[in-house]
Write a protein that binds this ligand. Structure first.
Ligand code: SF4
Ligand code: SF4
Length: 189
């Protein structure tokens, strides 16, 4: 992170840059400055699509996409108020699907998202057509190594808990480590 010299190439290529109050170069600057308050009280972290364009464009081998992923986990660990409800619902549902089957089940993801977000009737009108066309397989597929996925995610949770304990009494540097992937399925606003 210290290699970031604020050239802005990451933000210039970011497909969500226009929607973010804090585009990736600003996120990098605030992370280096350890400004948790501004980082965690802004929706920008949660608008990132993890497309990794910013990381690919960086001339100095900084990895803003990975930093943002880590910041999201830190923010989520500090409290639900740090993420818009629908994005947090999607984030948690996505991870839960990966934890339980090792891959994404569209139907499972939709059901969990709806329960968590409260958006029970959103998009229900398109479901019959998607089912007819085979776009929503009803039977979740489980990968052979799902046990390893569970163990990996459990280890990440333990590590996050261990990091959060000392941070609760003082300021830990943001961006200390990622514990899970993230994909936004919906706009926060
Ligand atoms: S992260 Fe890379 S591309 Fe973005 S401002 Fe810093 S040096 Fe430039
Ligand atoms: S990974 Fe996130 S911050 Fe980076 S370019 Fe993609 S949307 Fe923008």
């Amino acid at each position: 992170m210290a290699r970031c010299y604020q050239c802005g190439k990451c933000s210039a290529g970011c497909p969500m840059g226009a929607e973010m109050a804090l585009p990736p170069h600003d996120i990098m600057r605030l992370t280096i400055a350890n400004d948790r308050e501004r980082l965690f009280n802004d929706d920008s972290l949660w608008l990132c699509l993890t497309c990794e364009t910013c990381s690919a464009r960086c001339p100095n081998d900084v990895d803003p996409a990975r930093v943002i992923d880590a910041l999201r986990e830190l923010a989520a660990g500090e409290g639900a108020e740090h993420a818009p409800r629908n994005i947090r619902a999607f984030h948690e549902s996505f991870l839960e699907q990966i934890r339980s089957t090792g891959r994404l089940s569209e139907v499972g993801l939709i059901m969990q998202y709806k329960l968590r977000s409260g958006a029970l009737l959103q998009d229900v009108a398109v479901a019959p057509a998607m089912l007819r066309r085979g776009k929503l397989p009803l039977r979740p597929q489980r990968i052979a190594g799902v046990g390893e996925v569970k163990a990996l995610m459990a280890a990440c949770e333990r590590e996050r808990g261990a990091r959060a304990a000392p941070a609760a009494g003082g300021a830990a540097a943001p961006g200390a480590g990622a514990t899970g992937g993230h994909h936004n399925g919906e706009d926060a606003r």
